[in-house]
Design a protein around this ligand. Sequence first.
Ligand code: GLA
Length: 420
Amino acid sequence: MWKAVVTAAVAFVLLFCRSSTLDNGLARTPPMGWLAWERFRCNVDCVDDPYNCISEELFMQMADRLAEDGWKELGYNYLNIDDCWMSMDRDEQGNLYANKTRFPNGIKKLADYVHSKGLKLGIYLDFGTHTCGGYPGSIKYLQKDAETIAGWGIDMLKMDGCYANVSDMSWGYPDMEMYMNKTGRPILFSCSWPAYAGGIKVDYSVLAKHCNAWRNYDDIQDSWDSVTHIIDWFGDNQDVLAPVAGPGHWNDPDMLIVGDYSLSYEESKAQMAMWAILAAPLFMSNDLRSISPEARSILMNKEVIRISQDSLGMQGRRVIKDHNGIDVWTRPIEFPDIPSYGVAFLNRRSDGIPYNYTLTPGDLNFKCGSCLGYQLTDVFSGQDYGHCAPFQEFTVSIVPNGVVMVYAVPTSLDVTSKLR
Ligand code: GLA
């Protein structure tokens, strides 16, 4: 008799208790890949614009580029569909399906193709009644949609929050996570919940239990103003945001627009550097079929990617704000005993010459401990600034709307070789 009671109790626990953390093992470092939205939007005109419309052809071509042009090897392995992939209606059983003209072979076939290239496929749903582009929403179909995408072999879900009550999100996003877990397929879960709940008016500890990443704030647009607006918001709210980021759960300032129309070369470097300092997901939204060599070299910079993907998973902070027009951000990386740092000097000045900025490692509150000082190396140019004692001055020269990014490695350790 007691055996039956114990068995029933165990079954009850297994059935009704949820784990308290999102334990899908994914996104131990900020996820990387490509996402359609910023560059390709909701272009569904495959008659007049077949090369750029949201279609299986577009995603297969981007998969080819990710797999064949060296992106995948650097970590850019998620290929993500965004809005406007669906048919306008569900089928008679209530299932979602892709637009049949633009995705004639369906999403499962596309997933098979993407997997055959050694990549992962992400898809987009919306928690509300409709997606932001007006396609069917998931609010009444969470379990069904979780099962559908798992059945297709989807590896990542971006769940948007248009046409929904923010108050419903506190059960809706956790429910979606539960239904995806139940499918048994690990699916990286990106939640747009905070972006709809005012950015900082959410309990991020709850978010971290249910989501691998979350969009916090405004959509990025193709402009330097948009990039700096987002960076400033992350700096202004860093006391809320930085502590909640870590392996498995990341703040997301939105896509990288490097390689698109608006950013200069220097501005592109600045976005890449800042996204690495912020421990942000690195989802490019650009045209990999025609990307310039300059944009490619920025996005493929191994040293910046190394900072982005650092295993400590600590989000960086703005430690100096607008001192003579320069913001300085630091991110602790790798060596936990005597931390080293990624440092970004962001020039907000509009006078047209490079600005020489002088400071000491001590000004940045580096926790040097017993170290002799720091070896400073420019991440983009490779310039060696030499060894700098904790209160010894060094100078960086930063162009307008540009960044200088350095590694600061404690010199009491023989670590420089490990970084190369
Ligand atoms: C919202 C999201 C964007 C994109 C669009 C699609 O605006 O924030 O990232 O997914 O919807 O309609």
